[in-house]
Design a protein around this ligand. Structure first.
Ligand SMILES: [Fe+2]
Length: 170
């Protein structure tokens, strides 16, 4: 089974101009690298959830269900805590981003609520349980991973570049 993605120490090419570089300690992952690794970890979980959804109702991979049940909330909470602690303050230094940050934080809360529900179900399936309504579970899984993929894509396309450019200062 796949292991969660962990950020590796790197040298950031944007470092001389980066507005958050002061937080990037030597031999530690840069903020942008660390955020990218957390996004990748969330997308990895989404891929497994999609495979589970595709396997319903007959070919359920119970190991995948157990891995997803164990990974889903820790990966989500770690990524969200990092984003809200390290990245959102830089992105939201300009009040123009306030509405966007409110929406992203609201999506974090919604994702955790759905992830808690999915974790229970995945755990039950992983331990050999049956799903009474596979169609509803498939719908729930797809709603979750599609929402998380959209959220990650938005942060990668709009939050990370703005923080790196330091355009919130202008
Ligand atoms: Fe986020």
């Amino acid at each position: 089974m796949r292991k969660p993605v962990r950020p590796e120490p790197t040298v950031c090419l944007a470092r001389p101009d980066c507005p958050v570089a002061h937080d990037c300690a030597p031999l530690q992952p840069t903020l942008c690298t660390a955020m990218d690794a957390r996004h990748s970890a969330k997308l990895q979980v989404c891929d497994v959830l999609e495979a589970i959804a595709d396997s319903l109702p007959q070919r359920i991979d119970r190991h995948a269900c157990l891995w997803a049940a164990a990974s889903l909330l820790p990966v989500l909470r770690d990524a969200q805590a990092f984003e809200e602690r390290e990245f959102f303050p830089a992105f939201g230094a300009d009040n123009r981003q306030a509405a966007t940050l409110r929406r992203l934080r609201a999506e974090h809360v919604e994702d955790v609520a759905l992830a808690e529900e999915l974790t229970e179900t995945l755990l039950r399936l992983g331990h050999g349980g049956q799903e009474a309504n596979p169609e509803a579970l498939g719908y729930m899984l797809r709603a979750f991973f599609e929402s998380v993929r959209r959220h990650v894509a938005f942060e990668r396309e709009h939050v990370v570049p703005i923080v790196r450019r330091g355009s919130f200062r202008g």
